[in-house]
Design a protein around this ligand. Structure first.
Ligand code: AVJ
Length: 313
């Protein structure tokens, strides 16, 4: 068994044994999952990607303004690289080095290809978690100028407050004076908008969620019956997050040989697969400060309710 598959198996086992049962959202992004996420980004009800891409393009020069040249970029969770490409086009200046970090090899290939097609060839791709990729990116940064870490798309929203704080501290710890973090955060908005974004009428998000079971069946020999689960999105107001669940439609036995899992799910029992935290704009600034960043500038899309914040060291 490869290391990656062993880690997948161990994480699935650990999460399914919790109360309530869970599965880790970072495993959504196999090849099919990444393609389904790309489709979600094009749904009219899911506005994050379009809003952020437009802001990155509109404010590129301002965002880069105070950074020492040449600027090197490192994007955590670059996905297909579409946002980075649009940022680079609008920036209209060369970057010393662009580093891509993603958990999905398919996404890294796509992003590298996209940047190469634009003539950006000083690219390093790091396959792995944010923590490992970030450490790699710091080690391999271009010696001159500054480094800007991009953590976009409200990817930070998948983490509980304590974990996201630790991640911001870790990012801050890898940066030097003159460097920056560009953080994309989805803001609190009316519940009906949130539920449409995470339970879309085309059911693409439901497929994205269920694909995690399909992946476990394929890669770990699981016996999940995809028709035996309903996708459910709920707004947890006190915790300020949308939660995605897969609800067991009947009492059923789940066996995943490669993960050593043998459990019984009751009818209506949920498996909690994802949290997408939503923020107040001022809260984002406070969290940056709590992580040790001293300066911040923020751009807000009032229609989509999305914030881009540049934290400087
Ligand atoms: C990529 C984690 C930011 O939480 O909004 C989209 C993933 N899940 N629809 C999010 C997602 C369901 C997305 N992030």
């Amino acid at each position: 068994m490869t290391d990656l598959r062993a880690a997948f198996a161990a994480d699935v086992r650990e999460a399914l044994q919790r109360t309530p049962r869970q599965l880790p959202s970072r495993y959504f992004y196999d090849e099919l999952g990444s393609a389904l996420f790309e489709a979600i980004c094009r749904l009219p009800w899911y506005r994050i990607t379009r809003a952020e891409t437009a802001m990155l393009s509109r404010h590129a020069r301002e965002i880069l303004g105070p950074l020492a040249r040449p600027v090197g970029l490192a994007e955590l969770g670059c996905g297909s690289g579409e946002k980075l490409a649009s940022f680079a086009t609008s920036a209209a200046e060369p970057f010393s080095l662009v580093q891509l970090i993603d958990i999905s090899p398919a996404a890294l290939d796509m992003a590298t290809y996209r940047l190469a097609a634009m003539g950006i060839r000083s690219v390093l791709a790091h396959h792995g978690t944010y923590e490992d990729g970030l450490a790699q990116a710091a080690r391999q940064r271009h010696p001159a100028g500054s480094l800007m870490v991009l953590f976009l798309g409200s990817n930070i929203g998948n983490f509980d407050p304590a974990v996201s704080h630790d991640l911001l501290v870790r990012i801050r710890g890898e940066l030097r004076e003159g460097d920056a973090l560009l953080l994309g955060s989805d803001l609190v908005k009316p519940e009906r908008d949130l539920l449409l974004a995470y339970n879309d009428p085309l059911r693409v998000t439901a497929a994205f969620n269920r694909n995690l079971l399909r992946r476990i069946d394929d890669e770990l020999g699981g016996n999940f019956d995809l028709d035996g689960f309903d996708h459910r999105a709920v707004w947890n107001a006190p915790a300020r997050r949308v939660e995605a669940h897969l609800v067991s439609l009947r009492r059923q036995h789940v066996v995943i040989p490669a993960a050593g899992v043998n459990v019984t799910l009751e009818q209506d029992e949920p498996i909690w697969t994802e949290s997408s935290h939503k923020y107040e704009a001022a809260q984002v600034l406070a969290e940056g400060r709590a992580a040790g960043f001293t300066q911040a500038e923020q751009w807000i899309d009032d229609g989509a309710k999305f914030a881009l914040t540049r934290f400087a060291v």
